[in-house]
Design a binder for this molecule. Structure first.
Ligand code: ARG
Length: 464
């Protein structure tokens, strides 16, 4: 029946084969072969269900099962010949199954369509990636917790506008990222719980007249339940959009941290030393040690968010149910997933290996009049001066210190009393950075005791 000049899969309807350009624009096998394992798992579940419901014989189901395992081993060992003429992974697998087991292969597609098949395969693939992202985030959070615990009381400058603001602790800064990656983790878990419904059995768009058991295939594939509307099941790509959105937000977090590492590792800052394992040299400047891993992590958000935008635009305005436009979902998600996992792993490696330079951090912590707020707060607390007036007095003292090229604690008591007579020698304790961070005991504040409490809370949450 299938004549070489017509289409290999639907020769019944077609008299002529596709134009070469048609084949090129139509084929997805170049990339969707990454879903081979998911495709075969889906087909195995479908065939077992067809036999259990009496739609096909047990003998045929067994032949299909064996045949699919052979196909999988051929793909795994690299001997499988992928064919562009066969368009995609679904038809490549089925055609090879036909070569291996003959006639029963033709019964596998009963009560199924490539539309529910591809939605199932892709969901399984994305679900695996959500699991990988969860593992990557947990590992990164653990690495940050170790840094935070070690440096719960190491002082460093805290910034706003990248200008020195108030002293904070190293542990507190690390824990800020734990909160961010912790939210990323919860987004990943939410997305996984929401997407875990099986499209299989929705068939082309309307369901099927065969007495299939969708609960059986759903549970065989680890889904919580079958998707409840067949039109939606074949059209839904929200799960991929949610994956890309969660990836994009996480990539933004990664890029912010990466940027801080780039700044902190400069000769001007020297807050951290990145390990040689995550740095590169320059081919011309022998002294250089460049934070390339951090820079690349900083850049990854471009392609990850790009994928999110691209798929949003592909899906926008598509009528129900399946349209071939949706084949454009995969490359974006594959690329974003690969780069997200890589960025997470690289960040984890860098965090594990980096050394905080305690002395540089401490030296910088007191610079830039970072304890000016402590001085003002002390005047409010002890001298009962209104905060606005205390702010003004402190500003005058800062201007004085700046004009002399010294820090606040370098001013004499007489200098200070010249601006406000009530100031006493106690002020010098208040101006110390250790005192400053220790005093910030409000919940979520930078005091080492607070940081340790948060480290313990997170260690408990993630079971580290
Ligand atoms: N390769 C297709 C995709 O990725 C599979 C589904 C094709 N379905 C169809 N009716 N042409 O979307």
């Amino acid at each position: 029946m299938t004549d070489q000049s017509s289409n290999q899969m639907w020769g019944g309807r077609f008299a002529a084969g596709p134009d070469a350009i048609m084949e090129a624009i139509n084929a997805s096998i170049g990339y969707d072969q990454r879903m081979a394992a998911q495709d075969i798992a889906g087909s195995r579940a479908h065939a077992a269900m067809l036999a259990a419901t009496g739609v096909i014989t047990d003998n045929d189901a067994e032949a299909i099962r064996e045949g699919l395992l052979t196909v999988l081993s051929e793909i795994d060992s690299g001997t499988f010949q992928f064919s562009t003429a066969l368009e995609d992974i679904h038809m490549n697998v089925e055609a090879r199954l036909k070569e291996i087991i003959g006639e029963p292969a033709g019964r596998l597609h009963t009560g199924r369509s490539r539309n529910d098949q591809v939605a199932t395969d892709f969901k399984l693939w994305v679900r695996d990636q959500l699991d990988a992202a969860e593992a990557g985030l947990l590992a990164l959070i653990k690495a940050l917790l170790a840094q935070a615990e070690a440096g719960a009381d190491w002082v460093m400058p805290g910034f706003t506008h990248l200008q020195v603001a108030q002293p904070v602790t190293w542990g507190h800064h690390m824990m800020a990222y734990v909160e961010m990656f912790g939210r990323d983790l919860s987004r990943v878990r939410d997305a996984r719980a929401r997407m875990n419904e099986s499209p299989l059995g929705a068939a082309a768009l309307a369901g099927t007249s065969f007495p299939i058991d969708r609960d059986m295939t759903a549970s065989a594939l680890g889904f919580d339940r079958p998707a409840a509307n067949s039109l939606d099941a074949v059209s839904d790509r929200d799960f991929a959009l949610e994956f890309l959105s969660a990836a994009s937000i996480c990539a933004v977090h990664l890029s912010r941290f990466a940027e801080e590492l780039v700044i902190w590792s400069t000769a001007q800052f020297r807050f951290v030393t990145l390990s040689d394992r995550f740095s590169t040299g320059s081919s011309i400047m022998p002294q250089k040690k460049n934070p390339d891993a951090a820079e690349l992590i900083r850049a990854k958000v471009g392609r990850i968010f790009g994928a999110n935008t691209a798929l949003m635009m592909v899906m926008k305005g598509l009528p129900l149910a399946y349209s071939k436009d949706m084949q454009e979902d995969k490359e974006q998600v594959f690329d974003a997933a690969d780069n997200w996992m890589l960025a997470l792993a690289a960040m984890e490696g860098m965090v594990k290996d980096m050394t905080a330079n305690r002395d540089s951090l401490a030296a910088a912590a007191g610079s830039g009049f970072s304890t000016a707020t402590d001085l003002a707060d002390w005047m409010v607390r002890v001298l009962k001066v209104p905060f606005r007036d205390a702010h003004h007095v402190t500003g005058t003292l800062v201007a004085m210190a700046e004009s002399r090229g010294c820090d606040l604690p370098d001013l004499s008591l007489e200098d200070m009393q010249g601006v406000h007579a009530g100031i006493t020698a106690d002020i010098f304790t208040v101006l110390g950075v250790e005192n400053s961070v220790n005093s910030r005991m409000s919940y979520g504040g930078t005091a080492p005791a607070q940081v340790r409490q948060q480290v313990a809370r997170w260690t408990d949450i993630i079971g580290a």
